[in-house]
Ligand binder design. Structure first.
Ligand code: KIV
Length: 279
């Protein structure tokens, strides 16, 4: 395995060489250590932390301070993957100066390499400013969860002519503005392939966008099957940590109730001579 830290340049080279790029979300140090050890190329500290770790029903309530805290933890656990921090809702939409300040906070306070933000042509001027200031950017188009209220739900995007053309135009504008990568979420596979093939300098990372993208991203808890709730069609579960966790905790409960745990090997000793003198 190549243990050299991944950079924006090496990720772009992977596209040139036709090597698929792997990305996964992580939100804490333990997961970051594990996915790093497994050899992942990129880690996304997604604002999906809101749903996955914090119990919110959408990504809308996630704050800058929450994102900073989780990104710091991930960076501490990482050594070779390229870490991307998601800019939360309203940390970049209202004001260009605020957006620059917030993106800068990620790099300065957490040590991550890049930021991700949602949107098409409308965020291109911001991306130009960020990249000119030395802040690498991952864009995100298609289904953009921060606009779920505007989009009317979590639906496949770009199925109609105008929306499909818009997606292509957005991708070109984002590449032109300097984004080095772009997440394509919930987009028909053939459209995502067409977008990918039309781009030279921007890597596409698909989630629910088929096999023609330059790379793929999944939410770590989905891939690992941490909960037994709804699983989107585009997720492949590689493990069932939900069942493993329930079985393990049930065994623990049973062992404690029956006094089988802790056993001799989990127990510290004291000399009988000391014990005898106690009153
Ligand atoms: O927040 C997130 O996890 C994401 C991925 C779904 C791409 O944006």
């Amino acid at each position: 395995m190549n243990n050299k830290p991944k950079t924006v340049t090496t990720i772009k080279q992977m596209k040139e060489q036709g090597e698929p790029i792997t990305m996964i979300t992580a939100y804490d140090v333990a997961m970051a250590r594990n996915v790093n050890e497994a050899g992942i190329d990129m880690i996304l500290v997604g604002d999906s932390v809101g749903n996955v770790m914090l119990g919110y029903t959408s990504t809308i309530p996630v704050t800058m301070d929450e994102m900073i805290q989780h990104t710091k933890a991930v960076v501490r656990g990482n050594s070779t993957a390229l870490v991307v921090a998601d800019m939360p809702f309203m940390s970049y939409q209202a004001d260009m100066a605020d957006a620059m300040y917030n993106a800068g906070r990620f790099l300065k306070e957490t040590g991550c390499t890049a930021v991700k933000l949602e949107g098409g042509q409308e965020v291109a001027p911001l991306i130009k400013k960020l990249t000119t200031a030395g802040i690498p950017v991952v864009a995100h188009i298609g289904l953009t969860p921060q606009s779920v209220n505007q989009l009317g739900g979590f639906k496949v995007q770009g199925k109609e002519m105008a929306a499909a053309q818009q997606l292509i135009d957005d991708a070109k504008a984002l590449e032109e503005a300097g984004a080095f990568a772009c997440v394509l979420e919930c987009v028909p596979a053939a459209l995502a392939t067409k977008v990918t093939q039309s781009l030279k300098n921007m890597v596409t990372i698909g989630i629910g966008a088929g096999n023609g993208c330059d790379g793929q991203v999944l939410v770590c808890n989905d891939l690992l099957g941490v909960s037994n709730g709804f699983t989107p069609k585009f997720v492949k579960k590689y493990a069932n940590l939900h069942d493993i966790t329930i079985d393990a905790v049930k065994s623990y409960i049973a062992d404690v109730k029956s006094r089988e745990f802790p056993a001799e090997e989990h127990t510290f000793k004291i000399d009988d001579s000391v014990l005898e003198k106690l009153y």
